[in-house]
Write a protein that binds this ligand. Structure first.
Ligand code: LM2
Ligand code: CA
Length: 506
């Protein structure tokens, strides 16, 4: 894989063409502590949802590092609810994937492995040039059950040695809803102090709770973790989030931790994602993944899409430099908001678009296959998640697909070069360059299209990185030829792409 040129040279390109950085599709400022690791990498993250720690570690060494991923997001690592009976959200699955969203203590004994396995995974990934980002649940503890994967017993408001009833918001005194749960998601006090789906709501406005949370997150940073995806950040609120971040130490690389906040769109005013961009490094691109689905599928649900609308993708969304972007995550692959692995080639094409276009810090999601939305990840009878096997039908390793890894290299190479030479047919065929650093065409149609495009790249023969890579001057897949006018005649496959960068010349 020829991921050699660093973002430095991309910056040099910008300087050479006289473009101020801030002019580039809404990139208003350098994302605070945006992931950057290893030579030839920029900021692409893989989200290996509910992969166990040993599997994440081997993936860092075997795929993520070599392919140019700069980071990996791993699942909520703290001890959590281990169900002993059906009911309460799933009558058919004993160990649904969502058990991990009910923390019981901040010991790192979980469905994904032991504390020793977690630490060793972080070390292995970092050695492979891949930084580790942790899904952190700080808003709440549990809503059901009484035993945990770490072998603890607890009740709703009592977590021995950690929290007691005084550490939680309470119905009446704090939470104004009649049930104690959030009934009105537009009501500020309810959103912050009532229980989200019945989960005991931590008093994140108290020094005690803030200190416990900071102790936990600082332990992770001490192990080499580079940042966090903050679960249910809307329900914590800006002030508490900022206060908590002030208590965090610098990462082992000497940077501030990267903190991406989960804030679903649709809330008014200070409950909107836009209102949280100042409360962390970034917010999750949850409105963006809806728009990507709508562009690639349009509607009705089986629609064929309309990629031409993507010409201004990012407009109206949170700024690129303040967004962790993705085609789907574990919630939106289940709730209808986003494309899923079940969309097959359409999903891969959308991943390629996001990596090529460069909106946000792009994340590629890979997890297990499911039919019931509550389904457990592949586990032993006790709920411990078994090793990922990308060759089995039980797992879906989108981030490994050549169509995706080729675009990870493309993304790393083009850096922040602006989108130029945009062309579309008003329908499902689009093409654009990233400055003079790279060019891509994407075809969401059911038949291939052959035509001549302006690329703006220098004359030469290039390796199509969606299907091949350059090694020792040779391309392992198809090549295309740019002529002296910068034009290329190519066949863009049905539901496929053609892409190459300046570095892919053969
Ligand atoms: C999130 N972001 O804000 C996560 O991305 C999302 O996946 C979590 O919900 C949620 N917030 C809480 O962390 C998931 C899942 C819920 C599940 C919760 C807690 O989508 O269905 O709720 O985790 O495990 C389950 C039951 C629900 C029950 C609740 C408490 O489905 O019926 O509520 O547990 O016992 C009565
Ligand atoms: Ca709360």
């Amino acid at each position: 894989m020829s991921v050699r040129t660093s973002s430095l040279s991309a910056l040099a390109v910008l300087a050479a063409i006289g473009l101020p950085l801030a002019a580039l599709h809404g990139l208003e400022r350098e994302p605070a502590g945006a992931p950057q690791a290893g030579p030839g990498r920029t900021d692409v993250m893989a989200n290996l949802f509910e992969w166990n720690w040993d599997s994440v570690a081997s993936e860092c060494t075997g795929t993520l590092g070599p392919a140019g991923y700069a980071g990996v997001q791993v699942s909520q690592p703290a001890d959590s609810l281990k169900r002993t009976k059906l009911g309460d959200g799933s009558d058919t699955v004993l160990h649904p994937w969502w058990e991990i969203y009910q923390p019981v203590s901040y010991e790192l004994t979980s469905r994904m492995g032991t504390e020793a396995q977690f630490r060793s995974m972080v070390t292995t990934c970092r050695r492979a040039g891949v930084k580790v980002y942790v899904d952190a649940v700080v808003n709440h503890m549990t809503g059901q059950g009484s035993t945990s994967y770490g072998g603890r017993t607890y009740s709703h408001f009592e977590y021995a040695g950690l929290y007691d009833a005084s550490d939680f918001h309470r119905k009446g005194t704090d939470c104004p809803s009649s049930t104690g749960g959030i009934e009105d998601f537009n009501n500020l006090r309810q959103v912050r102090t009532c229980e989200l789906v019945g989960l005991a709501d931590l008093r994140t406005d108290s020094p005690k709770v803030r200190n416990e949370l900071a102790k936990y997150l600082n332990k992770l940073i001490g192990y080499g973790v580079s940042g966090f995806r903050v679960d249910a950040a809307k329900h914590v609120g800006q002030d508490d989030l900022l206060a908590l971040q002030k208590k965090l130490r610098d990462t082992v690389d000497g940077d501030r931790p990267y903190v991406a906040l989960e804030v679903f769109g649709g809330g008014p005013g200070i409950l909107s994602p836009q209102a949280f961009t100042g409360a962390g490094s970034a917010v999750l691109g949850l409105d963006g993944d809806i728009q990507i689905k709508n562009a690639f599928k349009s509607y009705p649900a089986d629609g064929t899409g309309s990629l031409a609308v993507l010409k201004t993708f990012g407009d109206g969304l949170t700024p690129s430099g303040k967004t962790l972007s993705f085609v789907q995550n574990h919630d939106t692959e289940r709730n209808g908001d986003a494309l899923t692995y079940k969309d097959g080639a359409t999903n891969l094409l959308a991943q390629q678009f996001l990596l090529a276009y460069g909106y946000g810090t792009p994340q590629v999601y890979s997890s297990f296959a499911w039919s019931a939305t509550d389904a457990s990840p592949p586990s032993d009878p006790g709920g411990l998640i078994t090793d990922t096997d990308c060759a089995s039908e039980a797992w879906v390793c989108v981030h490994r697909d050549k169509a995706v890894t080729g675009l990870v290299g493309f993304h790393n190479h083009v850096g922040r070069a602006p989108v130029t030479h945009w062309w579309d047919n008003g329908g499902n065929l689009i093409a654009f360059s990233r400055g003079q650093a790279g060019w891509i065409a994407l075809n969401n149609d059911k038949s291939p299209v052959t035509r001549t495009f302006d690329t703006g790249l220098a004359a030469g023969t290039y390796c199509d990185v969606t299907r091949g890579s350059v090694s020792k001057g040779k391309c392992s897949g198809p090549t295309v030829t740019v002529d002296a006018r910068g034009q290329v005649r190519v066949t863009v496959p049905a539901k496929g792409a053609v892409a190459f960068t300046r570095a892919d010349r053969v």
